[in-house]
Write a protein that binds this ligand. Sequence first.
Ligand code: FES
Ligand code: FE2
Length: 391
Amino acid sequence: MLTKEQNDRLTQTNKGTPCGELMRRYWQPVALVSEIPPDSRTPVPVTILGEELVVFRNAEGKLGCLELHCLHRSADLSYGFVDACGLRCLYHGWAYDIEGRCTDQPGLTSETFKNSIRAVAYPCIEVGGVVFAYMGPGDPPVLPRYGFGDVPEGYYVARKVYNDCNYLQGVDGEVDPHHVAFLHGQPGTDLFDADLSPTMTVESVSTGIRLTTVRKLPDGKEYVRHSNFIMPHIGSFTSDQYMTDGFSMHWHVPITDEAHWKYLIYFQRSAPLELPDHFEREVDEFNMLRRNRSNRYLQDRGQDGGVSRSGMGRYFQAHDAYATESQGPIQDRTREHLTAFDVAITRMRRCLNDAMDAVASGQDPQHVLRPPSDGTIPDLITDSAVVPAMA
Ligand code: FES
Ligand SMILES: [Fe+2]
């Protein structure tokens, strides 16, 4: 249980808030490359951490991320177009380069005035199907090498789904392995369902916390999983059904305090990755879940002959959306009652609070990497295996 002040501190991410300043110390996913592929010159409006932005490619195909509203009279730049001068506003034609410099003002001749105009601009990089922007002060950190950027195209898949709630509800779910069997379970058919009371240990690692979850199987063996909370809002875990190596990552990127994008990044090292059809089918062209709160997640308690406990189909993202969105736009954690099963949630929140303190005192927070680091993370272990029971 948190006080209202503690809950506010962890859930508010607009510029100037403690958690907003923390989030801005990390590269943030701002778009999928599929939304703005290399040959696209169509700007994409996005809202991240409460800031309205536009992501675009200039005439050379280089990515830019600017504040959304033109510095002339605030028209929305995402309606504009790209030409040799950069991103040009549709209202009166002011143009901006990817650094935010105003490069043209049709009909105006003062170079001094033009040079005084500077839009907010964030550096961008694209890795593993995702466009990342750095929205913080100073030099951007090194983007950690989780693995999805080190495999060939076709070996990774990047997607996103809209979640109509605060990001922290999503992160709470990432460090809560106990819900997997119950919420996502298909009774009697999977390893998770074999043991509804797994043991869990939590340890501190450079990225955040590592969870080791052990489930007892009917044949006496054990199903051991290592999953992680990675600062500041990421979960990593294996998806044994879909990949033999590599792992899955969920990034809970705040849009506003009451909504977030769940970026889903999957990769496999040994072979091209193929995901089941329902991953596509359950999401529309705007990255919205077809099962959502407005249609009660199309819950059908009799579906699959009762195989699925949730009655919400087989796509875990729909189940998670029900769980987290039904907690409210921002969960009132003054009313929660955590148990021993929720110990990782408490540890994760402590990581965030400690990191906010570090930022406030002028230090880099946990898991911000600087040169000479090349981004590799030796202590990130995300795996799973069925093993003989420990004596
Ligand atoms: S509002 Fe953009 S050029 Fe006038
Ligand atoms: Fe889940």
